[in-house]
Design a protein around this ligand. Structure first.
Ligand SMILES: Nc1ncnc2c1ncn2[C@@H]1O[C@H](COP(=O)(O)OS(=O)(=O)O)[C@@H](OP(=O)(O)O)[C@H]1O
Ligand SMILES: Nc1ncnc2c1ncn2[C@@H]1O[C@H](COP(=O)(O)OP(=O)(O)O)[C@@H](O)[C@H]1O
Length: 190
């Protein structure tokens, strides 16, 4: 607590951060984001989950999955996340963000304002993702009804130096979320 000029007690300013969960479709990004957000909220933190699907319905409506459109989508989300995080919110971002240069631009935006940015690679192999196939995208691609699926016939550039890489084959979603929480705790952010 700090004391104001009039002697009133002011709560300490909350420290925000962006946690970006990058990985293939069906890797586990959304599931981990939900578990992590639930735990953080229960601890009293201000949390927003910027879900890729929801963002694409509104903020990024009309964008497709070309390299250019994905970059535009990721930069928009990066801007919103940074604004939230700069103002004390823990912004949790389960978004594929397949290109390293796009992710780097988001990192730089955070660095420019001194806002913590934590990159987590949800490193589920494509074979496991295609078995999970939560939204049926891998089946549609295999049937020739979808092209440009990330990790199959569209690029995914894995992070070279993430704060954390998760092997979701050997963890429950809760364990994966707890591992992300541990990184936040180690950095004094929670
Ligand atoms: N061609 C293609 N490639 C990848 N993903 C596809 C595609 N078409 C639709 N979808 C669905 O779009 C969901 C959101 O994508 P993102 O906004 O996270 O993608 S990106 O970062 O802009 O690349 C993404 O959500 P998740 O499955 O939760 O990752 C997919 O379900
Ligand atoms: N450790 C784990 N972390 C996250 N998801 C997991 C894990 N283990 C199994 N899963 C399952 O994998 C699927 C991932 O789906 P989802 O979170 O929608 O992926 P994405 O958002 O990356 O497309 C869910 O059915 C989830 O229950």
């Amino acid at each position: 607590m700090t004391t104001t000029a009039r002697g009133r007690q002011k709560p300490p300013t909350a420290q925000g951060a962006t946690v970006w969960l990058t990985g293939l479709p069906s890797a586990g990004k959304t599931t981990i984001a939900r578990f992590l957000a639930g735990r953080l909220r229960a601890e009293g933190h201000r949390v927003e989950v910027l879900d890729g699907d929801e963002i694409r319905r509104f903020l990024s409506a009309g964008l497709g999955f070309s390299r250019e459109d994905r970059n535009t989508n990721v930069q928009r989300i990066g801007l919103v996340a940074e604004v939230l995080a700069r103002n004390g919110v823990l912004a949790v971002v389960p978004v594929i963000a397949p290109y390293a240069d796009s992710r780097e631009a988001v990192r730089k935006r955070h660095e420019a304002s001194g806002t913590p940015y934590i990159e987590v690679h949800v490193a589920t192999p494509v074979e496991v993702c295609s078995e999970r196939d939560v939204k049926g995208l891998y089946a549609r691609q295999a049937a020739g009804r979808l092209t440009g699926l990330t990790g199959v016939d569209d690029p995914y550039e894995p992070p070279l130096d993430p704060a954390l890489a998760l092997d979701t084959r050997s963890q429950t979603p809760e364990q994966s979320a707890d591992a992300v929480h541990a990184v936040l705790a180690a950095r004094g952010l929670v």
